[in-house]
Design a protein around this ligand. Structure first.
Ligand code: PNS
Length: 161
């Protein structure tokens, strides 16, 4: 059984994330989408909410599991028996940071490889930060995030704004 982990903040999940989830789940037997708890960041959605938004989005993919983790990804991957970390690469600007993390993670857990999937061209510009910025300024994020979570973002933005 080849298990891969796709880690991230997913605050919130975007169509770019969903594209990577679908493609990675077609390559591995099981894909664990792991939402990182981060005490240092104030997220738009808390960990449970981010997991719920992801669950709603991926409901038709039987080999995808949604979890959360804190601490080191390399340790969590070992606990989960994962052989690979999945990362999406959008532009050259992502590369340097991702390369550094891939090498550090392999040093921490030599059985763990990082597999990079090139983003689909239509999502090159997309990130959760872009989505949040558009939403808090009253813009329409349909076409940026899965339709199933659009209302949650609009409600959250209205409540906070
Ligand atoms: O969606 P993000 O915020 O870009 O995801 C970043 C994430 C969760 C992949 C990264 O911060 C991470 O792996 N954090 C876990 C802590 C860790 O293992 N740090 C060392 C990496 S070299």
């Amino acid at each position: 059984m080849r298990i891969a982990i796709y880690p991230g903040s997913f605050d919130p999940v975007t169509l770019g994330h969903l594209d990577i989830i679908k493609r990675a789940s077609a390559v591995f037997d099981k894909l664990i989408v792991a939402v990182m708890h981060n005490q240092n960041k104030v997220p738009m959605f808390d960990t449970e909410e981010r997991m719920e938004l992801l669950r709603r989005t991926i409901n038709n993919l039987p080999n995808v599991e949604i979890t959360s983790f804190g601490g080191l990804l390399a340790d969590y991957a070992r606990q989960q028996d994962a052989c690979a970390i999945i990362k999406g690469l959008r532009a050259v600007s992502d590369f340097e940071y991702e390369f550094q993390m891939a090498l550090a993670n392999r040093k921490l857990n030599p059985e763990l490889d990082t597999v990079f999937l090139m983003t689909s061209a239509e999502y090159m510009y997309l990130s959760s930060s872009v989505v949040k910025d558009i939403a808090v300024h009253g813009g329409n994020v349909a076409g940026f995030v899965p339709a199933e979570i659009l209302d949650d973002i609009m409600l959250r933005t209205r409540k906070d704004g």
